[in-house]
Ligand binder design. Sequence first.
Ligand code: GLA
Length: 391
Amino acid sequence: MKLTEIRQCFEEKFGQGGDIRTYFAPGRVNLIGEHTDYNGGHVFPCALTIGTYLLARKRPDNKLRFYSMNFEKTGVIESTLEDLAPKTEKNWTSYPKGMIWTFNGKGYPITQGVDMVLYGNIPNGSGLSSSASVELATGVMLRDLFGYENLTNTDLALFGQYSENNYNGVNCGIMDQFAIAMGQKDQAIFLDTSDLSFQYAPIKLENAKIVIACSNKKRGLGDSKYNERRSECETALAEIQKVKDVPSLGALSIDEFEAVKDAIKDPVRLKRARHAVYENQRTIQAVEALKQNDIAKFGKLMNDSHVSLRDDYEVTGIELDTLVEEAWGCDGVIGSRMTGAGFGGCTVSIVETDAIDRFIQKVGDAYEKKIGYAADFYVVEIGDGAGTLAE
Ligand code: GLA
């Protein structure tokens, strides 16, 4: 899809003329550090070059008109600035509406209507954060059109998370919105979610690439067990806090955790907390390994991350396990794990360049045979974060 085609679509739906502006927000993939962000731990995501394009023009009245080229059948959806209360019945416009609602609530009033056309090339529901991408595309658009230049990209990431938590009912952490807002080409972001301090780490893979395998098992965070996992961790932390003064599971070293873990009274909660603590430490070690150019160790930590997500956190399922376990059996695979929330969605693998074709063939065939439908594979590049696109 070319930008000129999206522009043409905008003019067809909403008419020509005026100041039509173009914005882009990427999707993201997390290399390691899963389900650690709402536990005060570290994550290591990067922005992708695929994402959401948004074209917008202010209106003189209070109308909001939305059109997605990904949901053509739904057609143009209309609303008004006065009709933004969170609704139980949701569709894709809940993401841009949630952002407008958040701007208003945070003291950045949106005072005029807007016409918007969106086009995204992130597979929906794939776990590459298509929803956070729509949120951040809307965020950079509102900042620009309404002159709120004092808002930083970190502010917009926090607005996106706020909107997701309070408008769309998913208690997500900050990782997705932060990666999408702050991404940089060829860099992953080592983010400490306890205080939002971060460092960029160059991903210089010699003779290897990042390959994403999409299970095509659809899921939405809202109907997944995401919120349940989060509250299991919160309960486990509260039990630990009875015997040790600690702000989050992410603040515990492995030795500290092992010393207090008996305070957790339920074996399932113990597994959840163990994942959160060990995964955080793995993430720190993985970034260290990368700095020392020890890509083999990085890959091994990715594999360990998957095992922990499968056995302790129990968020993988047969689709993701099949993709990852098949990947582990392929020559040239440095590391492979599920990425994102889990319960469907994608895996991320680091694969030697000359092994990629064989990898896709072998994992793809085995997956289709076992699961009954095909997976999709994407060799991805690391791109920049959300912003305005020049004409
Ligand atoms: C989803 C959430 C993130 C994070 C991941 C799991 O992508 O939006 O905040 O919790 O799941 O690591």
